[in-house]
Design a protein around this ligand. Sequence first.
Ligand SMILES: [Zn+2]
Length: 242
Amino acid sequence: MRLREERKRICFHCANIFESGETEWICCPECGHRVSSRRYHLIVDRAREAVDYGYQYRLKYEEDFAAEGAITRHYALTPFDEFLTFVAVAAASGIVGNLSTDLVKRAVGKVREALRREEKSETGGKLTALLDDPEKMKQFMDYIDAYFTCFEEIEPHVRAAIYEEMIVDRVSPTMMDRLMKACPKLKVEQAQESSPFTQEEIFRMMIEARRELSRRPGLKPSLFDGFWEGVEPESEQNRDTE
Ligand SMILES: [Zn+2]
């Protein structure tokens, strides 16, 4: 479950990464390109889902399934940093938006550069290591591709476990939200322990979440028109600009 507010943004034109609050328009301080918050989230939230469910949970469940022949455990995995979401946005621009591999690579290169500048020693450079490992990156891109194009072909036990995870992640915030409204003085930790909902209410919320999942809007290719046009070729990016 994701509780922390994400403020890191990527510019769809020049792939610059910057911070911004929740405003109606998200404007890049580097090139001035702006995008409505609605369009931004339509794309970025789906890319984040692809990273969470299509990559992270899938890897974990595949590992368990391979080891035990069944999936018996569920996890609450810590979400990856938003940098990986941006790589998935670049991947989606190629997969869904049919942009050229060259443009996609340029965007990924720009994200990698920004990550290198920012990744601190406490994370041990884990994400940089992933982005720099061609084999792991290929797997990441393949899994993001599968999430957007042929999720139904994933091993059925693994897919079922991922769907269950998606449903739980959608139901929990709704329950928390309703609970906090009903008892504003309740502390979050207490709220997480107590379960004031009847079985029927929980069941109804599960059904709603499942319905919402099956209605997930597909991303249209036209959403990616003009993406990365302001990104310089990678050789230019490597110049020291500090
Ligand atoms: Zn920009």
